[in-house]
Design a protein around this ligand. Sequence first.
Ligand code: ZN
Ligand code: ZN
Length: 411
Amino acid sequence: MLTQKQMENFAELAVTIGANMQKGQEVVIRCDVNCADFAHLIAQKAYELGARKVLMQWRDEELSRISMLNASKEALCDIPDYQIAQTNYFIERKCCLISISAGNPAIYAGCDPDKIAAANVAGSKALAEFRKATMSNYLRWTIVSVPTAAWAKQVFPDIPEEEAIEKMWKAMEHIMRLDTENPTEAWRNHIDTLHKRANFLNAHNFEYIHLTNKHGTDLTVGLATDHVWLAAEEMGQDGLPFTANMPTEEVFTAPHNKKINGTVVNALPLSNNGNIIDGFKLTFKDGKVIDYSAKVGYEALKGLLEADEGVLSLGEIALIGKNSPIAESGILFFNTLFDENASCHLAFGASYPTTVKGGNDMTAEQLASHGMNSSLQHVDFMVGTKDIDIDGIGFDGSVTPLFRDGEWVKF
Ligand code: ZN
Ligand code: ZN
């Protein structure tokens, strides 16, 4: 366990570096009922720092599982109006959002993948406006995480529950820089380093990123026209910075959804909608998956890739060195917030409009003309093995080595 002081520092990081809450602002905490203690600590901190009001958007993953097992597909896809009205309120009031992501990665084990996929699509459709508000940074938002019993058990299945939770806390203490004298300062320095990498990539304006390793990955990812590499802090539409993911180790941008060619093999299992997909290989041609296989969770991968047309292309490429604290921990968290920050990754589906110059002011057609991918899905999967080599290819054909053996060449 962390000390009370460390927990308070943690809550403060979420409110300040994370959501960058302003005095007088309304704050929405989105979390499962099993993370109530930490949510209350964040609420307390938010009020201390001048929140006008703190609202809770509770989830209940146990109920979600019970419903997935018992309710009809039709009922699961019927999203109540009041849920949409609730998120409309968040948009109208320009609330800042703090999500606690600590779900049991296997919550839907044994449930019908078809039902899960359908419910997921229906939810994304119904809440499309809210999704847009977060993905375009109209609202400032952040995601943090705390260990829960069910999650810890999945991560460390062979040790007693209490020990597993303790081990998770120990890892998080280091990953979240809560073991430093001044976590806020440590985060500031970390954010500076990530911004240096993004600036370097932006200065080069590469046409392609080329990834290769000994496991069969040989993929050329064209980048969206006028793409921008982003890292750590992003800019809200109101001009205030915020850090969407805590932890964050990535520098990322948008692929061009017609210029992806070759083969990629996953580096870590993908936990999607409570299913594990692993040992998978994808072949791309002119931006689209044309062939795929999986040793584990083939049906779940198939369900994901059939969600809509856009999910067959990519919306993100992100670079992370193997010496990041999460990668170093060697722990597979089965949680995207951590695992995506342990490894270079790509994402099936939607790109972030913020990853192209002026993207927030573009119409859907304009975004598409830049090669920006659209989908109701955005699902990260890890491709950064310890031996991955990555090069940036310029418009003049010049090759700049970015990664050798899984780590940044510079910085
Ligand atoms: Zn990412
Ligand atoms: Zn992503």
